[in-house]
Write a protein that binds this ligand. Structure first.
Ligand code: GDP
Ligand code: MG
Ligand code: K
Length: 298
């Protein structure tokens, strides 16, 4: 495949609690981004955010389980975490440079041993320390693990973030723009989730209505039971198509919902309650603003 020089890839973020992972993500993506809340981690990867530039795209993902102490980690979680690390292009190991290395860091280092994926050591909170101490910290970590790069930053003050993004980019292969850039800045998950639903609907109905389907996620919200509630609309162009999507006794819609829900649960790393409606929107494909509201660029 020729991607015209565009580079893209997945970036795992690892670090014990309070080292500044969320602060870093917010700095990179801007405050507008709706990042899923820090729900207790389940077994899958979570997309934390997607950062798109002119000629590259980075998809930041959380590595489940890895922030937990060892004794709480089942074998399965361990395996999921290892697979995640193997399957991403780069690993960002974020530490708090203003604190001595601790058990949480050591645990992560253990886990990263034997990983072939390039690991960038990110020393955060450099605004809190003297440069001499920074050098000492780097030595401590370098003694324990091989890093492809070492980048000191202050996520809070925004120091050296550009440099870190450049280093990440240098590890990305040529690839596609996985996610459209415009939607990503406000509700990254909404678009991705709508695409998952659309994919399932198209898969089941491709014979009958190849491109007549659009999906809009209206709401995505966690509830007290730890489930994420997703409400989405499936748009079709004609009344007859609505019938096809719903199916006899609602069977088709149920199937689409079931398959989509499983994918969304994998994506978000939590249980999902998915509610789908079908709506006729005449000629939606010919209405640019409507198409844009669904997250597509025209
Ligand atoms: P996370 O648990 O790894 O996601 O950590 P957070 O992003 O929630 O940050 C934990 C705390 O560290 C917050 O109070 C942040 O404001 C603070 N923090 C994050 N980055 C920096 C930094 O570069 N410098 C300073 N001084 N504080 C920071
Ligand atoms: Mg956080
Ligand atoms: K989060």
């Amino acid at each position: 495949m020729d991607f015209g020089g565009f580079k893209s890839g997945f970036v795992s973020i690892i670090g014990r609690p309070n080292v500044g992972k969320s602060t870093f993500m917010n700095k990179v993506l801007g405050q507008k981004v709706a990042i899923m809340s820090d729900k207790p981690q389940t077994t899958r990867n979570k997309i934390q955010g997607v950062y798109t530039k002119d000629n590259s795209q980075m998809i930041f993902i959380d590595t489940p389980g890895i922030h937990k102490p060892k004794h709480q980690l089942g074998e399965h979680m361990m395996k999921v975490a290892r697979n995640t690390l193997r399957e991403t292009e780069v690993i960002l190991f974020i530490i708090n440079a203003a604190e001595e290395i601790g058990r949480g860091d050591e645990f992560i280092i253990d886990m990263l041993k034997n990983t072939k994926t390039p690991i960038i050591l990110v020393l955060n909170k450099i605004d809190l320390i003297h440069p001499d101490d920074l050098i000492k910290q780097i030595e401590v970590y370098k003694d324990k693990l091989n890093f492809s790069d070492v980048v000191p930053i202050s996520a809070l003050q925004g120091n050296n973030i550009d440099r870190l993004l450049g280093v990440i980019e240098s590890h990305l292969p040529e690839g596609p723009m996985y996610y459209p850039e415009d939607r990503i800045t406000d509700h990254p998950e909404h678009f991705i989730v709508s695409e998952l639903i659309r994919e399932k609907a198209l898969h089941r109905l491709s014979q009958e209505l190849p491109h007549a389907i659009g999906v809009e996620v209206l709401k995505m919200k966690g509830d007290d039971g730890g489930k994420v509630r997703v409400e989405a609309l499936i748009y079709v162009e004609r009344e007859s198509q609505k019938g096809m999507v719903i199916g006899k006794g609602g069977k088709m819609l149920k199937e689409i919902g079931r398959e989509a829900r499983m994918d969304i649960e994998n994506l978000l790393g939590s249980k999902v309650f998915l509610e789908l409606w079908v709506k006729v929107q005449k000629d939606w494909r010919n209405k640019p603003t409507f198409i844009r509201s669904l997250g597509y660029k025209d």
